[in-house]
Design a protein around this ligand. Sequence first.
Ligand code: XMP
Length: 540
Amino acid sequence: MSEPALTLRSPSARRRASRHRPAPETHDEVLVIDYGGQYSQLIARRIRELGVFSQLISHRAPIEEILSRRPRGLILSGGPASVYAEGAPELDLRLLELGAPILGICYGMQLLMHELGGHVQQAAAGEFGRAQLTVTNPGTLLSGMPDQQTCWMSHRDAVFQPPAGFRALASSPASPVAAVEDPRRQIYGIQFHPEVVHTPCGQQIISRFLDEICGCERTWSAASIVEHEVARIREKVGEGRAICGLSGGVDSSVAALLVHRAIGDQLTCVFVDHGLMRKDEGEQVVRTFRDVFEVPLIAVNAEDRFLRRLAGVREPEDKRKAIGEEFIRVFEEQARMLSGGGQEVEFLVQGTLYSDVIESGGRPGASTIKSHHNVGGLPDDLEFELIEPLRNLFKDEVRAVGLELGLPERLVWRQPFPGPGLAIRIVGAEATKERLHLLREADHILQEEVRAAGLYRELWQSFCVLPDIRTVGVQGDERTYGNVIVIRAVTSDDAMTADWARLPHELLEKIASRMMGELREVNRVVLDITSKPPGTIEWE
Ligand code: XMP
């Protein structure tokens, strides 16, 4: 970076961000010990949906860390290993001495059974997907549930014989022991996945574990999150000053509002309009924050500056780099001006989510790690102390907190939008003012129609792409040589995988005819039917 970083108030004002935070003291916590399972995060989410705080913790975490959290219960997650595989994660038997009830799921159950003297071995056939569960003895865990139910399985090994003291509760075609318990020792196990929607009784099982077995109090809610975070932020910031980069997305919006609720005008938000936003987005952000919430806001119209920087830039990664660098420069200038005004800014608010924390930390035992696109984010050497009020939250909780704080639904449910904005949707060409205008108008038609059809929230993202090609058409008896607009709409849970959305034909027809009727430069509209993988969501 060519310009000096912002000054520090004191060396102690360096970034201090621990990977995990203990549970807020007023909440019971159930820890999910992560053995690398595909659904580990989902287990924690399901527990939180039931009003109990939950976090993932690596199976490699020191036992003291688990002890210090004083969990009300432990869940041992699934994982890709076999208990017999070399290097497979092992069970720390001291977990059984903590006095907290334990529920093992899939690999977690096999591990418990194996270590405690039961018989686990590879079944003749693995079970993947839906399976029929027969409850033979509901015990405490499955009490009140149907004798026959569907469950979701994903395993090759199975438990054939539980250890002494355990009783088998259920079986499935390839799992002689699909659920077990030893209420005396407070150890429970299920071979199937209660956290996925394909196990209809799953949430009921988790709920029984939390209530009947762990005796948890359900105090975790959007209102309690706000209360707790506001108190924490106040304590941390004291009389200090904070700055927050607003992007218009839900994460930075909710983070800013939370911090504003806590410290009022000690927070200043900076909104850098790089001219690469969707239609009217900049005004909406300014109106919402400055006029409705009365948050001190500096809105910087930097369109010309970004366009100059993007002149002649065609390659996607070059665009990202140019935009990222320019963004940092503008942000730093603003922060420096604020500090130059006599009030030093010590804290930087960021909308980091719990899923970012998990992914960027990497998960031992897990087989895939998302690669991060943090372009438009801020560099590591900005010398602020971080405030990350969403660091413990999943996206759906962030939305709930946003609603609790009065953020308009339109903002709360805004689809994700990449930091480099429309520039990376102008494919193979430089992002000029004219191209951006055309793409923005096409995108606006798409968004209007998708919203009118009531489909906006069902889609992870819907947007247009403008490739650098022209095609021949005929309009009003005249030959045209115009632009092509690509419609991209996907469904996804987390952007790591995605499927193309099956938008109704009538809707597609309406969108296409509006684009070709209202946008003179467009003479062809096409639909992208690529899933991820093998494609990515964006074209660049
Ligand atoms: P891909 O295209 O990799 O995108 O399937 C996955 C998600 O990330 C978003 N995306 C970005 N976000 N800066 C961002 O802040 C970027 O450079 C960037 N590239 C892709 C994309 O919109 C999708 O939600």
